[in-house]
Ligand binder design. Sequence first.
Ligand code: ZN
Length: 159
Amino acid sequence: MQDRVGSFQHGGRSTGARPVLDSLWRGAALKCPACGRGAMFRRYLKVVDACPHCGEELHHHRADDAPPYFTIVIVGHVVVGLVLAVEMAYRPPLWLHAALWLPLTVILALLILPVVKGALVALQWALLLHGFDPDAKEVIGDGLPEVSPSVSRRLDFRP
Ligand SMILES: [Zn+2]
C-alpha cells in the first residue's frame, strides 16, 4: 500500500521517508503519522494497534509519562501567565481566581493531552524508535535477555 510520501508497507511498517515535521503535524491532528488519514486513537488516549486506513503499526510507541509532562509544562505556562496578567490588571478576589483558573486548567489539560500524545507517538515513529524501525527484529516477551539456567536455579526458592 502506498501513501503520500511514497512509502510501502512491509509487515505493518512503512519503509519510505518519514519527514519529522509532517509526522508531528499529523500526530498532533490525532491522525496516523504515515498516511495522515487514519485515526491514531481508538479512545481518548488509547492508540490503535494499526492505522485503520493504511495499516501502519502504531502499537510500538512508548509515550509513557512524556505526554502528561509536556501537557503540564504547556498548560502551566498559559494559565500562570493569565493568572498573573489578570491579578495585575484587576486584582480580583481569590474565590474568583479559583472559579476561573481551576476549571480552565482542567479543560486545557484534557484538550491538550491527546494532541501532545499524538505528536510524541508520531515523533517516535518518524525517528524509528521503539520498534517503528522496519528493520527492527520483533521483540518476544518483555524484551529482557534470557536468564541462564544456573542463575534461574539460584533464583528458585521452592523448598
Ligand atoms: Zn495510516
